[in-house]
Design a protein around this ligand. Structure first.
Ligand SMILES: [Zn+2]
Ligand SMILES: [Zn+2]
Length: 583
């Protein structure tokens, strides 16, 4: 077996065998498969020195998804909300001001210095470039608290969403309307407390369901209407606890369940979790997908070690990628993406992005770029708006660019950047951990790969203790009414104490907005007892971790790879057995 040496570029010759390497970060063995090598060869990059897990953690740690701060815009002086706190070391501009012509990213341009590691120079550039307060593409209509969104309309506290309308507290959504407190929700309307649902209408407290309406507490159901507390049900109507009733009986029974009452919802929720575990779970949750490993696929083909992918062909090590082809090590987004490698938060007609963060709207042929939208052929740039042939935010002719780019790649192979821990970052490695703009515990990495404060700091990450809201609660959770019918408009003036106020993840207290109150009234739902952060984390925790384990199909005994452990899914079926018995 050949041992790879970055300096000699051995990887450029095609490998037919797998190769075992030791991860620079966790020091564990990892295998580079022949298919991986084929991709590296096509993309002309050396293989990575970090294992897939550590690479995913590093990408996750580059992104603050849901933590917002009040601060001032450094360009207009306006009070704004931002993913960066007031003490961020670089200027932060309100999103519209950032997009405007009021500042020029080329004014920060730097000459390449061949005596200093390239990434060190990039870090110098990144420490002075103005940041976008909240990430948004397209137009925002009345949605000042939406982040990582495209064309949001009347949406509040909505994150990672394309075309959300009248949404509240929604995370990872596409074409959703009038939904609240939901995550991984697509083409749906009037939904509440739903996770991983598609094409649903008026659905509450449900998960892993598709094409369902007017129902509550569904798990892995398809095409059901007027059902409650059902699992693995297809084409069901008037069913409760998977039992069929007449229309009259159904509505009578439903009324008895009192699913509009806080304590009854809580009680039923626990019973439903026990009920769910009596049913088999499909080892890999997928719809119309072929040759996939990981979980949550819809219309995917040949997508390996990946999670939450829709319409992806030929992908490896992906998470939350949509409508993409031929990508590897990619976290989030897509919307027509091709040949994306080791990148995060990139989407909308993009191609050939290497080690990029936040590049969108036609961004192509970019290396080591951050927040460059519509840019082409750039290397190590930050904050460009439709730039071309640029390096460290300085313009070159096409020929100059090509020559200098090759020179830098050569330098990066010979003179790597070295971080605090002595890790080397040659060409082909993503940005070092210490380049992240965010405190580790502000990012999604904190949930999937928990680190202590000390560990995070020793790796070069920042750490930020959660800010407790400075307002004093006026109502304790135990004093909130059971139903929304008992709540008057005066609740809008109250400060609600979070039921998990002592948790480090809680903001301590929260308020109810007018739109939120209207939503609860329309849906006949009681007021929540916990702040958004706690509710958001609870939803994320409804899903198993992104870790594949080996188990056997309960029915036929074949080996399967799954994210569902014994505790989550005591009964597990392979795809074939599930299809034979369920759907
Ligand atoms: Zn590792
Ligand atoms: Zn089986």
């Amino acid at each position: 077996m050949t041992v790879f040496d970055v300096k000699t570029n051995l990887c450029y010759t095609s490998k037919v065998k797998s190769e075992i390497k030791i991860c620079q970060n966790c020091k564990q063995d990892f295998t580079i498969k022949p298919e991986d090598f084929n991709f590296y060869e096509k993309m002309k990059v050396p293989p990575p020195t970090w294992c897939p897990e550590c690479r995913r953690m590093r990408r996750f740690a580059q992104t603050n998804e849901t933590v917002l701060y009040k601060r001032k815009c450094d360009l207009t002086g306006k009070d704004i909300f931002s993913m960066y706190p007031t003490d961020a070391p670089f200027p932060v501009y309100e999103t519209d001001a950032w997009y405007s012509d009021q500042w020029d990213p080329y004014e920060y341009g730097m000459d390449f210095d061949e005596k200093k590691p390239f990434l060190e120079q990039f870090f110098e550039l990144q420490s002075k470039i103005p940041r976008m307060s909240l990430v948004r593409q397209g137009m925002a209509v009345n949605s000042p608290y939406a982040h990582r969104v495209t064309d949001p309309k009347n949406s509040y506290m909505t994150f990672r969403a394309s075309y959300p309308e009248d949404c509240l507290y929604v995370y990872n959504a596409k074409y959703t309307k009038n939904c609240s407190d939901s995550a991984w929700i697509f083409d749906s309307e009037l939904c509440y407390e739903c996770v991983n649902i598609e094409n649903c209408y008026n659905l509450k407290f449900s998960q892993e369901s598709k094409d369902c309406r007017d129902s509550s507490f569904l798990y892995a159901c398809r095409n059901c209407s007027n059902c409650a507390l059902c699992v693995n049900l297809v084409n069901g109507e008037y069913c409760i606890w998977n039992k069929k009733y007449t229309k009259e009986e159904y509505f009578k029974k439903l009324k008895e369940l009192k699913l509009n009452t806080f304590s009854d919802i809580k009680k039923v929720e626990e019973e439903f979790e026990e009920f769910r575990k009596k049913f088999p779970v499909k080892a890999v949750t997928e719809v119309k997908s072929d040759k996939v490993s990981g979980n949550w696929f819809s219309n995917c083909k040949n997508v390996i070690q990946s999670f939450d992918c829709v319409g992806v062909k030929d992908g490896r090590y992906l998470f939350m990628v949509y409508d993409a082809e031929d990508c590897m090590d990619y976290y989030e987004w897509g919307n027509k993406a091709e040949q994306i490698y080791e990148s995060v938060n990139c989407g909308i007609n993009i191609a050939r992005l290497y080690f990029c963060n936040q590049c969108w709207m036609g961004a192509t042929d970019l290396y080591y770029c951050n927040t460059c939208h519509g840019a082409r052929n750039c290397f190590g740039c930050f904050g460009l708006k439709k730039g071309e042939y640029s390096i460290l935010n300085k313009r070159y002719s096409k020929i100059e660019y090509e020559v200098l780019k090759e020179k830098i790649i050569k330098q990066m192979k010979e003179m790597p950047f070295t971080d605090k821990r002595g890790f080397k970052y040659f060409f082909g490695e993503n940005f070092p951990e210490m380049f992240s703009d965010f405190a580790y515990n502000e990012t999604i990495a904190y949930y999937h790969f928990p680190l202590s404060r000390e560990d995070a700091l020793s790796r070069g990450y920042l750490w930020k203790d959660k800010e407790k809201k400075d307002y004093k609660p006026t109502i304790e959770p135990k004093n909130l009414p059971e139903t929304i019918a008992e709540v008057s408009d005066s609740i809008l003036n109250e400060v609600l104490e979070c039921e998990m106020k002592d948790s480090p993840d809680s903001t301590g207290a929260f308020r109810i907005t007018r739109n939120e109150l209207n939503f609860y009234r329309k849906m006949d739902l009681p007021l929540p007892r916990a702040c958004f952060n706690i509710r958001h984390l609870r939803r994320i925790k409804k899903r198993p971790m992104l870790k594949l384990i080996k188990r056997q199909c309960e029915k036929c005994g074949i080996d399967v790879e799954t994210v569902y452990d014994e505790d989550y899914a005591p009964r597990l079926y392979c795809k074939k057995c599930y299809q034979q018995e369920v759907y």
